[in-house]
Design a protein around this ligand. Structure first.
Ligand SMILES: Nc1nc2c(c(=O)[nH]1)N[C@H]1C(S)=C(S)[C@@H](COP(=O)(O)O)O[C@H]1N2
Ligand SMILES: [Mo]
Length: 550
């Protein structure tokens, strides 16, 4: 005999099972629509909405923990792994939420009259569907307008709730029919179980087919899209492929194993608040100049490109970069000096600041005073001689010397002249107002295998890496073995005074277990801060070291 308690718990698990199957099918359908047709993918939009809505502390904690875990596990480039992790979290979180909501719906629907069940389904569908709809309209995952995006999402969440309601009724009615038979004998409950099992198998098969088909076809489309983007980038001729770097005749050669001085585009870190990106149509795109201007203006990309181009070798780094981290890269930026452009924009005399707004709600404020004082501040459209890739801010991003990426919007859409300063996106969320890059130095390599034998028969091991202090330059780098004296390293002429500097020290070999530490001094002679501090809120400080058993 089956007790009523057993019946309730097994009913509960059946409910969760059904909710799980339908939730996974739902996500597969949404994924298919996104990958194949560019329709919204709610999990990503939901995650992005959370990123924007949650308190800055929570987000900073999330970013820091993620960066630490990725570095501790040593699983690959931090920013790529972080994006994958965010996408997985988005999908898992969404599936869990839908399973929980679905299980509640199934429990509530069981044993109620059809009319009640349909009503419940409508409530659940709308309760989840409307927020999902709003998030996907505001989110960045869809290439369609609000009507199509919104209807698509609402349609599937309603379908989800009605499939669940119907399944709940179907499960309950096979039980109820049997309960009606007085005594519910052995044969009765086995008929009930058989019918239920048959229904569950059928539901399981259909959801499995939908899940597999949606995922496989979606994945194929997504892989093709990425290949096409990669091929387009690989096919473009980069500046660095046809030109020598400006310091090509520098005498100091990097120690073997030092990172590339000029970061290949594919290897430049990427950090932003978007789980996924919608392509920007170059023909439709306009840079809107508004606010305190004599006349609002719409600039095209072509229009910006007509200005005399400014080329600058730049090292960009993320304020979340830990000491020795890989959220830093160097390339050749091309664009128009904002000082030059500002002269043509007819700001009114009251205008003191520019609010630079991006397509993803990100924004930052730059003072006109800074722009007029520093012609290096620019709107950039090319990296390494080719248009910015989607990830790196196509069509236009800003460059401001000496400060971290967190104050430099990509995907710029508008520039609004205002008469006041206000905190930018990350400043509002508790990060440093200035975000000035701190002096930092990193040991990339202790090239034991490449040791040199000098004339005096002494063996030397090249040690090398980078040092960087924003736009202040590097005047000195020193290396220390264990607790020994600081030894001066040699500096390679940098690509520009805005890039990192490659240093090298040929260490007189001593067998044993050693710790090497590096420190640098910026162009003003100020030593780098040796006290350890985490990235939040002003950027990490502390010395980088490497342990070695030789
Ligand atoms: N629109 C927009 N711009 C942005 C961000 C963003 O989230 N949205 N992130 C900033 C941060 S924190 C950094 S470190 C740099 C990174 O630029 P990259 O991805 O091209 O390396 O972009 C900056 N610009
Ligand atoms: Mo950043």
């Amino acid at each position: 005999m089956i007790t009523s308690r057993e019946r309730r718990t097994s009913g509960f698990f059946r409910g969760v099972l059904v909710a799980g199957m339908v939730a996974i099918a739902l996500i597969a359908v949404l994924y298919f629509g996104w990958a194949v047709m560019g329709l919204p993918f709610v999990p990503f939009d939901f995650f992005d909405a959370m990123t924007r809505a949650l308190p800055g502390r929570v987000i900073a904690f999330g970013i820091n923990s993620m960066v630490s875990v990725i570095r501790a596990l040593n699983v690959g480039p931090t920013s790529q792994v972080a994006k994958l992790a965010e996408q997985s979290m988005a999908i898992i979180g969404f599936v869990l939420a839908v399973i929980i909501a679905g299980s509640i719906l199934v429990c509530l629907a069981r044993g109620r009259a059809w009319r009640r069940v349909w009503f419940l389904c409508a409530i659940f569908g709308i309760f989840l569907g409307v927020p999902a709809m709003v998030m996907s309209i505001q989110g960045r995952s869809s290439t369609w307008g609000p009507w199509i995006s919104g209807s698509w999402v609402l349609l599937w969440l309603l379908t989800w709730s009605f499939v669940l309601g119907w399944s709940a009724k179907r499960l309950a009615s096979s039980g109820a029919a049997v309960d009606a038979q007085a005594g519910a004998d052995e044969s009765g409950s086995s008929v009930e179980r058989l019918d239920r099992r048959r229904f569950l198998v059928r539901l399981g098969t259909s959801t499995a087919v939908i899940t597999v088909a949606g995922t496989v076809v979606g994945q194929l489309a997504e892989v093709r899209r990425r290949e096409a983007m990669r091929a387009a980038l690989a096919g473009s001729v980069r500046w660095s492929a046809t030109h020598a770097l400006p310091n090509a005749d520098a005498t100091l050669q990097p120690a073997p194993g030092t990172r590339r001085e000029f970061t290949p585009l594919e290897q430049h870190y990427r950090i932003d608040i978007n789980t996924n990106l919608r392509a920007v149509d170059e023909q439709m795109w306009r840079l809107k100049i508004k606010g305190l201007v004599e006349k609002p203006l719409d600039l095209t990309l072509e229009g910006l490109r007509r200005y005399e181009p400014l080329h600058q070798f730049v090292t960009l780094s993320c304020i979340s970069n830990p000491v020795g981290g890989d959220l830093i890269g160097t390339t050749r930026w091309t664009g128009v000096s904002l000082k030059r452009l500002a002269a043509d924009l007819n700001f009114t005399p009251a205008a003191t600041h520019l609010k630079i707004r991006a397509a993803d709600d990100f924004f930052e404020i730059v003072s006109l005073e800074a722009i007029r004082a520093d012609p290096r501040i620019m709107l950039a459209y090319d990296w390494d001689g080719v248009p910015l890739t989607l990830e790196h801010g196509f069509p236009v991003r800003i460059y401001i010397p000496g400060i971290h990426g967190m104050k430099q919007p990509k995907w710029i859409e508008s520039i609004e002249a205002t008469d006041h300063w206000e905190p930018g996106y990350w400043v509002k969320r508790g990060w440093d107002k200035e975000a000035r890059m701190k002096a930092t130095s990193v040991i990339d390599t202790v090239a034991v295998d490449m040791s040199l034998i000098e004339a005096d028969q002494k063996k030397r091991v090249p040690i090398g890496g980078i040092a960087h202090a924003g736009d202040r330059g590097i005047s000195k780098v020193e290396v220390r073995m264990d607790n020994g004296p600081w030894e001066t390293a040699e500096l390679r002429a940098p690509l520009s005074d805005l890039t990192w500097v490659i240093w090298r020290y040929d260490w007189p070999f001593q067998a044993g277990k050693h710790t090497f530490t590096v420190r640098c001094f910026d162009g003003h002679g100020t030593p780098q801060i040796e006290t350890q501090a985490p990235p939040e809120p002003s950027g990490a400080t502390g010395l980088h070291s490497k342990d070695l058993m030789i």
